[in-house]
Unconditional design. Structure first.
Length: 346
């Protein structure tokens, strides 16, 4: 039987990332054959990964990679924020983004079948990472964004990579596109324009906004403040020509009742109509990029700013780690309780 030296164990650890005892046991079982030992560790890694499959992996990182006219955004999850800062984990996330941008897979299965620089598939790389890091590592999602030669990418990652954004703009440069990507990271739009919002979604969000106004009015009544008006609409999609005409007519009636001279109405009406539009597009402002106030110039919406520089937003992707994942907040307490119960039974 081959002698299992400290040097051999060290070499296996460096190649596999396994712990000292795991590396030594693998070498003993494979009679000192490094390649067989690595394969054995990978097989054991699959078993460990399976045991960890029921754990919630809601931490992690996004990865962003641009390859010519194609950009990829990925999200890879870990169980703890500590592991998300691990060099091996960070490298894996970045490589996943790179191979996906270059390979342009159509779905998750194709993405996981892509080959990494080490020669293993992306799927195997996640299994290996789960085994060597000692925590469930899972590939959650990816998106590919493509542009034409006359368009530019704005790529940006925020908060150490917890948020990853790629924006596509035309008629401008990469610096402006990156600023728009920074806005997207901060303001969390979900779609480009109001035309992409589902009517029922707008209706539901408007109901929530009015419910909040109702609660605020209860508080205002307690201190003798006048009640705030309820919102009639939530999106520009609802502001038809007829609605706008009625709003303008109501403003004229209001000005007449206030005794304002009709000759100055033309100076007052535009401002009041702008206010009407602002008040009645709050769902757009929360969820659509173009309707949001631009963080780089709060005197304009994103759409107005881009118009002022003859640019246009074409598309964007924004990933934030853990979005939509329900974290089992009391997993730890449950584990402690189960451990204590088992101890009392023995």
């Amino acid at each position: 039987m081959a002698e299992i030296t400290a040097k051999l164990v060290k070499e296996l650890r460096e190649k596999s990332g396994a712990g000292v005892m795991d590396a030594k046991k693998a070498l003993v079982e494979t009679d000192g054959d490094i390649d067989k030992a690595i394969e054995l560790l990978r097989e054991k890694g699959m078993a460990k990964a399976a045991k960890k499959a029921d754990r919630v992996a809601a931490e992690g990182l996004t990865g962003v990679y641009v390859d010519g006219n194609v950009a990829a955004v990925v999200e890879v999850n870990s169980e703890t924020d500590f592991v998300a800062k691990n060099d091996q984990f960070v490298a894996l996330v970045n490589e996943a983004a790179k191979v996906i941008a270059e390979g342009k897979p159509a779905n998750d299965a194709e993405a996981l079948a892509l080959t990494t620089a080490s020669g293993e598939t992306l799927e195997q790389a996640f299994v290996t990472a789960t085994a060597t890091i000692g925590e469930k590592i899972s590939f959650r999602r990816f998106a590919l964004v493509e542009k034409s030669d006359d368009q530019v990418f704005g790529a940006y990652q925020h908060n150490g990579g917890r948020i990853g954004v790629v924006a596509v703009l035309e008629g401008t440069d990469e610096a402006t596109a990156k600023q728009v990507a920074m806005h997207i990271a901060a303001m969390k739009p979900t779609v480009l324009s109001y035309e992409e919002l589902d009517p029922q979604f707008v209706k539901d969000e408007l109901a929530q906004l009015n419910h909040k106004i109702e609660q605020d009015n209860e508080s205002r009544a307690m201190v003798g403040k006048p009640a705030l008006p309820f919102l009639q609409y939530g999106s520009k999609a609802e502001l038809t020509g007829e609605v706008i005409a009625k709003a303008e007519e109501a403003i004229k009636e209001e000005l007449a009742a206030e005794g304002k001279p009709e000759k100055i109405w033309d100076k007052i009406i535009p401002g009041k109509m702008a206010r009407f539009m602002l008040d009645n597009t709050q769902v757009d402002q929360a969820y659509t990029l173009l309707a949001q106030v631009y963080i780089m110039d709060d005197s304009k919406t994103v759409e107005a700013y881009l118009d002022s520089v003859n640019a246009k937003a074409v598309a964007f992707v924004r990933f934030e780690v853990g979005d939509g994942i329900e974290k089992a907040a009391n997993d730890f307490e449950a584990e402690v309780a189960a451990t204590m119960a088992a101890a009392l039974e023995n």
